[in-house]
Write a protein that binds this ligand. Sequence first.
Ligand SMILES: [Zn+2]
Length: 337
Amino acid sequence: MTSARDLLRSRPEGLCCPEGQFFIDPVRPVERALITHGHADHARAGHGAVLATKETLDIMRLRYGEGFAGTVQEARPDEAISINGMRITFHPAGHVLGSAQIAVEANGARIVASGDYKRSRDPTCAPFEPIPCDVFITEATFALPVFTHPDPTHEVGQLLTSLKQFPERTHIVGAYTLGKAQRVIALLREAGYGETIYIHGALAKLCAYYESTGVPLGPLQAATVEEEGEAPPAGTVVVAPPAAIDDRWSRRFADPLACFASGWMRIRQRARQRGVELPLIISDHADWNELTDTIRETGAGEVWVTHGREEALVRWCELNGIMAKPLHLAGYEDEAE
Ligand SMILES: [Zn+2]
């Protein structure tokens, strides 16, 4: 009789289902991959067959081109798919557009690989749904009690206050290209900011894609400064990938003020190191309380902890009577958050 913990195991290629003969978010090319979401460390090109949500498939196509996999199959919400006797379902993870947890079931035992997830509100994607399971696999990017993310509307409020205080300065917001950038823009719109927002070229396709799925981002314009008169006026918001905020790209704007939207901005030292004047603690990963609440809500008797600070969360589980172990999976980065 199969138990939930036999359904998946760690291999150098990634999380493997030996009986189902597939991998979840493999870091090397495999015959059959199930992908939780479009971030580059989870969704790689070159697999034989890929099963993912429509949005994740679209995002992979946007990033890698049409031939990113041999064949693709769309996982529809709450539709069960059978692979070599395994029952597979995809459920929203609340991380970025199209992000999903993947539940694998056989003989009444269920394991859930949650990928990356968060519980705080995000107007750009479907909210996380806790799935009852025997074994829950959780990320641990911010798995220390010191990490408590504030309400993102408060952080966006800080940005709007700064825009009023420094009307001559261009506010350059560093935000990860997929998910964070669109979330920051959508939060600004919710807060009533109706001005044109200027975006770095690396964001253009993904912002257009989000809008095509029904996520309104308001007036956007390319932040080009090549030609005279095209530079964003002073006092505007420019959204760019994090690497662009402290390089030459940002110095072309009027008196740039570097902002960075990341869960890591909780650590002031990191903000200082990167020359960030206005840190915005906006995270697409669960904080400590979200992680522990989620583990409780799933009712899982066993938890596997991966990519991040595994030890503290494993210890918390043990203290709360839940079996737990770190799952050492190589090839995922938490710095990109
Ligand atoms: Zn991610």
